[in-house]
Design a protein around this ligand. Structure first.
Ligand SMILES: C[S@@+](CC[C@H](N)C(=O)[O-])C[C@H]1O[C@@H](n2cnc3c(N)ncnc32)[C@H](O)[C@@H]1O
Ligand code: SF4
Ligand code: SF4
Length: 451
């Protein structure tokens, strides 16, 4: 676990005020409690919030007022930390609980509850000309049961990601959340933050939701407004992320990288990590609104290459710093052609967990009308409809198996990277070529090259 210099200094300052006789014991306890708090955030480093809330946690009630006075003398906002520490203790969950939805046999399903949205993003892949009729609460519950029933027979579980459009616009979202909670099913939510209220954050914490995806595409308010089509997009995302972190959630921020924010990769990473969340970068796919606005937002093949190198470098660095256990699918998931071969089995294992195209393996999606997408993003290719068919029937189709088994055409078919890279993002390939199985158009790897 990493400790930045300023946090180490704060640790030393705080513990220097403890009487000599107990200092060493307190140092050990505080160190452990701060690292535990960081692990609950799925983080590889301790931040100020971890350290101070840990201090409140290990301090006996009788000594809390002395602690408050000590911290005030250091200009630390004690009221905020008392509240934070109470919230964290109330909703804390173990890494095992969070990690449970990220073990490889859990199938993540994006559930497109609605086409409606309260933002208007330049790149939206979900945007429809006219919102379609929506399924009822009971129909969504039937779909969850249909999928969970099929997976259970295989010893697997689902994780249901409430998606859209903007899922918080569905009035029955709390009902769906409560249903899955009562049944003990894994669930998550993907939101732009506009409707991620304190009340919803609390409900999600109470039911121990696996993770919360919150979109943020720029650290610059003007750019964020331009990308998301609403003036306060940045503030909305920042508030939602901070609220989710405050409630102890495992927060994954999803910047979509396009020409408008390409220069912000590092800034976004640092800002998001500084808030106690983790970034999950996705490259823009030329689809629906994005296709219409491609002249302004599209990436060049060279930018895609730089983007994937940035992503891969972060993953490899995390693995090499021994943080593989805190990595989850989101860090590596997506197309990552191999710039370097894994150095050893440990590295290979960490990479294999979620690298490359996961369509029909770990992710799929259910559209507003029950149509079944192979990937979590919408595609022209539909594998069936889970209102009318069982998920088992769809899983047994040849098309499903071909995607799962990474059948590809063109140069990917004979490429020695295919096993790990999976031929790149399939939805992207479909949007560029019209064929879901075609070779990834931006891949820079040459045939038959050596490493
Ligand atoms: C479709 S939205 C649904 C949830 C919610 N409305 C939101 O924006 O977070 C889910 C994620 O997909 C991203 N996304 C939308 N269009 C995309 C595209 N063309 N390429 C890549 N990602 C895209 C969004 O930025 C967002 O992070
Ligand atoms: S990306 Fe999300 S917030 Fe933006 S328009 Fe699409 S559904 Fe709405
Ligand atoms: S050619 Fe295809 S399989 Fe090979 S690295 Fe590129 S996208 Fe991956």
């Amino acid at each position: 676990m990493e400790w930045k210099d300023e946090i180490k200094d704060l640790f030393d300052t705080l513990t220097s005020r403890v009487p000599d006789g107990v200092r060493s014991a307190i140092q050990t306890m505080l160190h452990e409690a701060a690292e535990e708090s960081a692990r609950y955030r799925n983080s590889g480093y301790v931040n100020k919030d971890d350290l101070i809330s840990a201090l409140f946690k290990i301090t006996p009630d009788a000594a809390q007022s002395t602690l408050v006075n000590e911290l005030k003398s250091l200009n630390i906002d004690t009221d905020r930390y008392i509240q934070l520490s109470e919230i964290k203790q109330k909703y804390n969950r173990s890494w095992d609980e969070i990690g449970a939805a990220f073990i490889p046999n859990v199938y993540h399903m994006t559930m497109y509850l609605t086409d409606r949205c309260n933002q208007n993003c330049v790149h939206c892949a979900a945007e429809m000309k006219k919102p379609r009729e929506e399924l009822t609460t009971e129909q969504w519950i039937d779909i969850v049961e249909n999928i969970e029933g099929t997976l259970k027979k295989q010893g697997r579980r689902g994780c249901y990601i409430w998606f859209g459009g903007e899922p918080t616009l569905r009035k029955d979202l709390p009902d769906l959340i409560n249903y899955c909670a009562e049944k003990g099913y894994h669930q998550a939510i993907a939101t732009n933050g506009m409707g991620f209220t304190e009340e919803l954050a609390e409900l999600c914490a109470k039911v121990k939701m696996s993770h919360i995806f919150i979109s943020i595409d720029s650290t610059k308010p003007e750019r964020a407004a331009k990308i998301r089509g609403v003036p306060n997009a940045y503030k909305v995302a920042e508030n939602a992320i901070k609220t989710a972190v405050k409630y102890g959630h495992f927060v994954i921020c999803t910047p979509t990288i396009m020409a408008l924010n390409f220069d912000e990769l590092e800034n976004l990473k640092q800002t998001i990590e500084g808030w106690g969340a983790i970034p999950f970068f996705r490259a823009v796919i030329k689809q629906r609104s994005a296709k219409k606005n491609w002249d302004v937002i599209g990436l060049t093949p060279e930018q895609y290459k730089q983007f994937y190198e940035f992503k891969y470098q972060n993953v490899v660095e995390a693995i090499r710093q021994g943080k593989a256990t805190t990595l989850n699918r989101a860090n590596t998931f997506d197309m990552v052609p191999f710039m370097e071969n894994p150095l050893n089995d440990e590295e290979l294992t960490a990479l294999e967990w979620g690298v490359g195209c996961q369509a029909c393996r770990l992710v799929s999606g259910v559209d507003v009308n029950g149509d079944f997408f192979p990937c979590d993003y919408p595609s022209e290719l539909i594998l069936g409809n889970v209102v009318h068919q069982t998920f088992e029937e769809i899983m047994n189709s040849q098309l499903f198996k071909d995607i799962r088994d990474r059948k590809r055409t063109g140069k990917c078919a004979s490429c020695h990277h295919l096993e790990l890279c999976g031929g790149g993002c399939r939805v992207h390939a479909e949007c560029e070529t019209g064929d879901f199985f075609a070779s990834f158009p931006y891949c820079w790897h040459e045939d038959d090259h050596e490493h």
